[in-house]
Design a protein around this ligand. Structure first.
Ligand SMILES: Nc1nc2c(ncn2[C@@H]2O[C@H](COP(=O)(O)OP(=O)(O)OP(=O)(O)O)[C@@H](O)[C@H]2O)c(=O)[nH]1
Ligand SMILES: C=C(OP(=O)(O)O)C(=O)O
Length: 209
């Protein structure tokens, strides 16, 4: 039975994922191309979460009208990016508006995420009050979960250590798409190597033309 609420943060597309700007900045349509790439990463991530068998609701925290339209069409709901004090307060706001006792914060830049991987991680997370999955580098976090307690997100540099210190259990498993967040061009190449979702694959192909 679907039971998890998944909260995905997405700041305005134009200002998000600045470390990916080198991929598009030499183009005449640099601003639009960057926006399309960031949106594709978000859309593939949200589509995988919506398709996950144990996810009941996906809540995207965003003020971006285009991102809102796209994720709603995929089956997610959206809430405003409040209180406008950065990533962790935005996640706390999203978690408060999410139904049920089981809530997860998921990175928005996981284009190779598979629904079954997320289901496996959430299944493992269900045994702990709070748990997290570190990113491929081991320093960041791609998934933070809470069951019947506050999420207490500490995303940002060194967030894996912060979540561990804060009492969350580190989860390990075979979920390559779940740990492969895309911050840089190398990360994007790695995600494409795993098999990225259709929107990211299409945008990258268009950028290469
Ligand atoms: N809703 C919301 N999402 C945020 C906020 N800050 C960051 N995020 C999202 O959280 C994710 C990770 O954030 P960061 O690591 O800061 O990424 P970023 O700022 O987009 O990327 P860089 O500019 O390359 O560092 C991205 O998907 C962001 O869109 C915020 O204030 N509100
Ligand atoms: C915010 C984080 O992610 P990144 O900066 O890698 O997107 C994090 O790992 O806590």
């Amino acid at each position: 039975m679907p039971s998890w609420s998944v909260v995905v943060p997405a700041k305005r597309l134009d200002v998000a994922k600045t470390r990916l700007r080198p991929l598009t900045e030499s183009r005449d349509d640099a601003v639009a191309a960057h926006r399309e790439l960031v949106l594709a990463l978000l859309a593939d991530t949200v589509a995988a979460a919506v398709a996950c068998s144990v996810v009941g609701v996906v809540v995207v925290v965003t003020d971006d009208p285009r991102a809102s339209d796209v994720v709603r069409a995929l089956g997610a709901t959206t809430v405003a990016d409040e209180p406008d004090r950065g990533l962790n307060p935005a996640l706390e706001h999203g978690a408060r508006s999410a139904p049920g006792p089981a809530v997860a914060a998921l990175s928005s830049d996981l284009p190779a995420l598979r629904p079954a991987e997320l289901a496996a991680a959430l299944h493992a997370a269900g045994g702990a009050a709070r748990a997290f999955v570190a990113d491929a580098q081991g320093t960041g976090t791609t998934l933070l979960t809470a069951v019947g307690t506050d999420l207490l997100p500490r995303f940002g540099p060194g967030s894996a250590e912060a979540h561990l210190t804060g009492g969350a259990v580190a989860l390990a498993g075979s979920w390559p798409g779940l740990v492969r967040d895309v911050d840089t061009e190398d990360d994007l190449r790695a995600a494409l190597g795993l098999g990225a979702g259709p929107r990211t694959t299409e945008v990258v192909a268009r950028l290469a033309r």
